[in-house]
Design a binder for this molecule. Structure first.
Ligand SMILES: Cc1cc2nc3c(=O)[nH]c(=O)nc-3n(C[C@H](O)[C@H](O)[C@H](O)COP(=O)(O)O)c2cc1C
Length: 189
């Protein structure tokens, strides 16, 4: 089959986001197994059901990108022990209007980083609950990454050997999951 295509969503709109740095390093770990596109979520309007009848262009773009993806990688900060508002807003747009839920049936891998030892654990727990309710197929396992200034080196690689191997294992599993679930070309015989 063709290489699977992963949509990457970073749950931060901060220019120097540490979660974006981690997401870029994770994509490098999977670069021999899948293609990846970072989806923009910071330009999506605040969700308003009144807009559903005539979806804004940014929302149409986002939903099309989700629909075309074979899998979704979400790398998110934790805000006040839950997920950031910018990410929840994107999730709500992806799920609506009723009957146009783009998340259902998509394999997804969730992780995130903060300076705390179990930073993002509660955000990830909330995110799992939300994504399961929307019908995504979540990869198992918990990946809480404590961010240190040298976690990602100047070349965008995970600098610590054991952390890199740990994350590589999850990226390999994710690639396998996405490949298994990706639509197969029709058989001719
Ligand atoms: C509004 C707000 C709430 C936060 N709440 C948490 C939290 O609950 N847990 C945590 O580990 N860090 C928390 N932080 C600190 C973030 O981990 C830190 O700002 C991190 O850099 C955010 O990720 P980003 O750089 O990818 O945006 C919070 C930061 C902000 C701005």
């Amino acid at each position: 089959m063709a290489r699977p295509h992963i949509a990457v969503i970073v749950g931060s709109n901060r220019r120097a986001s540490i979660n974006r740095k981690l997401a870029q390093a994770l994509v490098k770990l999977g670069a021999d197994k899948f293609d990846a596109t970072f989806l923009r979520i910071d330009d999506l309007p605040m969700f308003n059901q009144d807009l559903e009848a005539n979806l804004p262009a940014e929302v149409v773009r986002f939903k099309t990108e989700l629909t075309n993806a074979d899998g979704i990688l979400i790398v998110t900060p934790e805000h006040d022990r839950s997920i950031p508002a910018v990410l929840k807003n994107a999730i709500d747009w992806g799920a609506r209007p009723y009957g146009k839920n783009c998340w259902a049936g998509k394999p997804a891998f969730i992780t995130g980083t903060s300076g705390g030892a179990i930073g993002t654990a509660l955000a990830q727990q909330h995110l799992r609950s939300i994504m399961l309710s929307l019908g995504t197929i979540l990869q198992g396992g918990d990946v809480y990454v404590t961010f240190k200034p040298n976690l990602v080196d100047d070349d965008g690689n995970i600098s610590d050997d054991s952390t890199r191997k740990f994350l590589q294992g999850f990226m390999n599993q994710f690639a396998t999951l996405v490949t298994r679930l990706a639509p197969q070309p029709a058989r001719t015989a």
